[in-house]
Ligand binder design. Structure first.
Ligand code: SAH
Ligand code: SF4
Length: 351
């Protein structure tokens, strides 16, 4: 399979060109592209308006990288669905489907694991296994849509992995997923979350994308942020925020700052004041997330009272902030934990 082309990662023009090499007319590429991208086909056999002979030619030349459902958990509280997906090489990734009043949002993974090593994150603890192909990112969406017979309207790249550490594949995925002949979710319905890979944010600025950029900030100064997030040793808070200002100016899009509140660490009044001062004048919004406790560190959630106090300090200084609603609390909906458990079980490390 490794020597066959990854057909679900091809754009329409690329598929037309590749089919031309096999002597196939353009309308065949239109058909196959529709099956793969719009209908989410996972095998050539599903393509019922294509002859058996042609399907076997496709099978000889191409491979459909996808995901298969290993586990599915549904929250009894709010219907949030969490998937553990298996990839063709035995790696595992996670996705979460959430229902909001305006429709369904899916949180997808961009890598199996992550090499950024943030201290509070279950994904970061296991390191990086590999980058995902665009096809494997698309397949998380098409598989979830088919499995639940729903249309997903919004995407957040906030599952496992650092999207900007898999830059080219993620950009190709965004192009494919927003194509009207495919899944057809527009850029304005997509958010990309990053821990702050500044050189890649600079590349984004040149591209002037229309998706929402979320920055996992989590601390207002280098001392605290450096302790929690190794990426801060490469790019300091001020360098990151300077890139964010340029991004907001170039795209006229509001930046969303993610801030996980950890008791006694980054949730103090002084941190809130420092954060407000650093973000002053920027087109932005702060998303506060009570930290999810993860096996392997001692971080605890802030008290509801301190969370309200934190918001009050930000808002008094003109920075809008909201607390992210906790969805799927009973199924451990934040990413990284299911894969870790699965890995432990298959490695035989379970006691
Ligand atoms: N790598 C990207 C996107 C995936 S992580 C990034 O870091 O932005 C998605 C979000 O979940 C990030 O904001 C991350 O900081 C946050 N996160 C990770 N572990 C968490 C935890 N234990 N509790 C709360 N938020 C967490
Ligand atoms: Fe990677 Fe994001 Fe987790 Fe940090 S928070 S380790 S960047 S997935």
């Amino acid at each position: 399979m490794e020597d066959k082309a990854d057909i679900k990662s091809m754009t329409k023009p690329e598929m037309v060109e590749s089919f031309r090499g096999l002597g196939l007319p353009k309308f065949r590429a239109d058909q196959v592209y529709g099956w793969l991208q719009a209908k989410g086909a996972e095998s050539f056999d599903e393509m019922t308006n294509i002859s058996k002979d042609l399907r076997s030619t496709l099978l000889q030349n191409y491979y459909i990288y996808g995901v298969t459902i290993e586990k599915k958990l549904v929250s009894a509280y709010d219907g949030t669905i969490k998937y553990l997906f298996r990839l063709h090489d035995g790696e595992y990734i996670e996705s979460v489907v959430m229902q909001y009043h305006h429709g369904y949002t899916i949180c997808i993974s961009t890598q199996a694991g992550c090499r950024m090593g943030c201290k509070f994150c279950a994904t970061g603890m296991g390191g990086l296994a590999r980058n995902l192909h665009p096809s494997e990112m698309l397949s998380q969406i098409t598989t979830a849509q088919r499995d639940n017979d729903i249309r997903i309207s919004n995407i957040v790249l906030m599952g496992m992995g650092e999207p900007l550490d898999n830059f080219d594949n993620v950009m190709r995925f965004l192009e494919l997923v927003s194509d009207r002949d495919g899944v057809g979710i527009g850029m304005r319905h997509i958010s990309l979350s990053t821990c702050g890979v500044v050189d890649k944010i600079n590349r984004l600025i040149e591209m002037k994308p229309q998706f929402t950029l979320s920055i996992s900030l989590h601390a207002p100064n280098d001392e605290l942020r450096g302790e929690m997030m190794p990426i801060n040793n490469k790019w300091k808070v001020d360098e990151l925020l300077e890139a964010c200002r340029r991004y907001a100016e170039a795209t006229h899009r509001r930046i969303s700052f993610e801030y996980s509140l950890i008791k006694g660490k980054n949730d103090t009044d002084a941190c809130a004041r420092e954060l407000a001062q650093k973000l002053k004048g920027m087109l932005c919004h702060v998303n506060l997330i009570p930290v999810n406790t993860v096996k392997g560190n001692s971080y605890e959630r802030s008290s509801p009272k301190q969370i309200q106090q934190f918001i009050k300090i930000l808002e008094a200084r003109g920075i809008t902030a909201t607390v992210r609603r906790t969805l799927g609390a009973d199924i451990n909906a934040s990413c990284g934990q299911l894969r870790r458990k699965q890995k432990e079980e298959s490695d035989g490390n379970i006691q």
